[in-house]
Structure formats: C-alpha cells, structure tokens
Ligand binder design. Structure first.
Ligand SMILES: Cc1cc2nc3c(=O)[nH]c(=O)nc-3n(C[C@H](O)[C@H](O)[C@H](O)COP(=O)(O)O)c2cc1C
Length: 252
C-alpha cells in the first residue's frame, strides 16, 4: 500500500465555479489531467503512479485491507463519493445489469446497500441470490471487486437505517416506484406530495418494499494501478471451511 504522498502529481484540480449557473451543471471540483483535455477518446490514457501493493503487506483478513483503502478514499478530498459502488446483478435468463448504489455498512458478514425490493436489481438479487460489487477510487488509482451471495438483511436492521434517513428520503421511498415507467416528472412530484400529506405530523414507517441487501464476501480483489499497465492485483477467496485462503497475485 505504498503511496507517493497524498495526491497524484499527474492530477491538477480545477474548480469550475463559473459553470455552476448553467442548467444541469453540478458545482463540483473537476479532476483533469491538463494534457488530456480536448483529446479524442482513443487517446485518453493515464499512467498510474500513485502507489503499489506488495505481497508482504497483505493482511490475512482482506477486510482489514478494505478498511484501510476505504478510509484513504473517505479521507481524500479528491474522491467525491467514496462509498459509491457499482452493483452487478443478473437476470434469470443470464442477462447482466449494473448500476451504482451507496455502501451503507460493512463488516465480516458482508457489504450492505439499501434500495427498493421491487426494483430491477431487487428482483434479480431475490431471484438469483447473488451480486457483484466494484469500487473505483480514481484519485487513488484503486479498484476493489467483491463477489458473493446476496440476500435481504433483517427487517429490524432496515428499520433502524430507514429511521435515520432524512425525512425527504423517507417520503421518497414511498413515492417512487423505482424502475417502473412513470408518466412524467410532475406525476412523480404529485406522488411525493400526496405521501407528504399522508404522513404530515406522523411517523413515517419503512415501506415493506424498501430495505437493505447484504453481499457476502466470497471473493474480494484489490487492484492498484501501476506504470505501463503492470498493475498490482491480489485476490482473496474463501476455503471450504470459510477461512480466507492466502491471497494470490493475478496478472493485470
Ligand atoms: C452515486 C450513486 C449512488 C446511488 N445510490 C443508490 C442507492 O444507494 N440505492 C438505490 O436504490 N439507488 C441508488 N442509485 C440509483 C441507481 O444507480 C439506479 O438508478 C436505481 O437504483 C435503479 O436501478 P435498477 O432499475 O437497476 O434497480 C445511485 C446512483 C448513483 C449515481
């Protein structure tokens, strides 16, 4: 996990404050390697030099390494959503699909995210019992991949998290039939307002169709970008007794 200082010398940070008033523009700092600007897509490339990952620094439990990397991402000012992860699911016919969600907790039992149980991802996790995750922390030139069984968490655990969400998000969970076609933004707004009225001055219970999934850690891979595409990759797999096998280095 060696790093050459906290920032990648190849990255220059621009604050695009002047664009914040344009319709649809989000006022964030954008990361650009100046030399990449205006290049055709096929010429976009970056040589990764931020760090390395060596066999002798790998812990026995990969969760310890995940925690160290997650904390680096969380504490980096250049990582916008450190807990954003893509979750891949597969339909019963074998068609994969992938989208981002937010990691909300992790421990030895697995990684938890929250969603609508009737959404496409919800239906696919329920039907197949499996999911895969990937994090990309660009400023740190790191990727983490997870594969494993996935299932709904206990209702009480979902209740506790739902209770902690801002009121607007709780109303939204009732108002949005996630993944269904809707007539218009106005229809969504009307649905939200009707729910707001319904729950005015009342506690908002967790909708039965909303809650968490836990993706168990069966396979977890750590990737650190290196120069000349000779990246470091180590994968941990569980043995039959559930213990972690020694990590193996994979070709990049
Ligand atoms: C950064 C980011 C975080 C997101 N977090 C969540 C989340 O935690 N839960 C969720 O249901 N959708 C989240 N979404 C929206 C999903 O990507 C997706 O649009 C939605 O869940 C519907 O997916 P589905 O139709 O494949 O089920 C997030 C999107 C982005 C870009």
């Amino acid at each position: 996990m060696r790093r050459q200082g906290s920032t990648n010398p190849a990255v220059i940070v621009h604050t695009q404050g002047s664009r914040t008033h344009q319709r649809g523009f989000v006022p964030i700092n954008s990361l650009r390697q100046v030399t990449q600007m205006s290049k055709p897509v096929q010429d976009l490339r970056r040589d990764y030099r931020a760090g390395s990952l060596e066999a002798d620094e790998l812990p026995t439990d990969p969760l310890d390494l995940f925690q160290a990397w997650f904390e680096d991402a969380r504490d980096s000012e250049q990582v916008l959503e450190p807990n954003a992860m893509a979750v891949a699911t597969v339909s019963e016919e074998g068609a994969p699909s992938v989208r981002f969600v937010l990691l909300k907790s992790y421990d030895a039992r697995g990684f938890v995210f929250y969603t609508n149980y009737t959404s496409r991802k919800g239906r696919e996790v329920d039907a197949t019992g499996r999911a895969a995750l990937v994090f990309w922390w660009g400023a740190l030139e790191r990727q983490v991949r997870v594969e494993g069984k996935a299932s709904r968490i206990a209702a009480e655990e979902s209740d506790a998290y739902f209770e902690a969400r801002p009121r607007g998000s709780r109303v939204g969970a009732w108002a949005s039939p996630q993944s269904e076609e809707i007539a218009s933004r106005d229809a969504l707004k009307a649905s939200f307002e009707a729910r707001e009225e319904e729950f005015a001055d009342k506690p908002i219970p967790r909708p039965p169709h909303w809650g968490g999934y836990r993706v168990e850690l069966e396979v977890i891979e750590f990737w650190q970008g290196r120069s000349n595409r000779l990246h470091d990759r180590f994968v941990y797999r569980r043995a039959e007794d559930g213990a972690w096998e020694a990590p193996r280095r994979l070709a990049p």
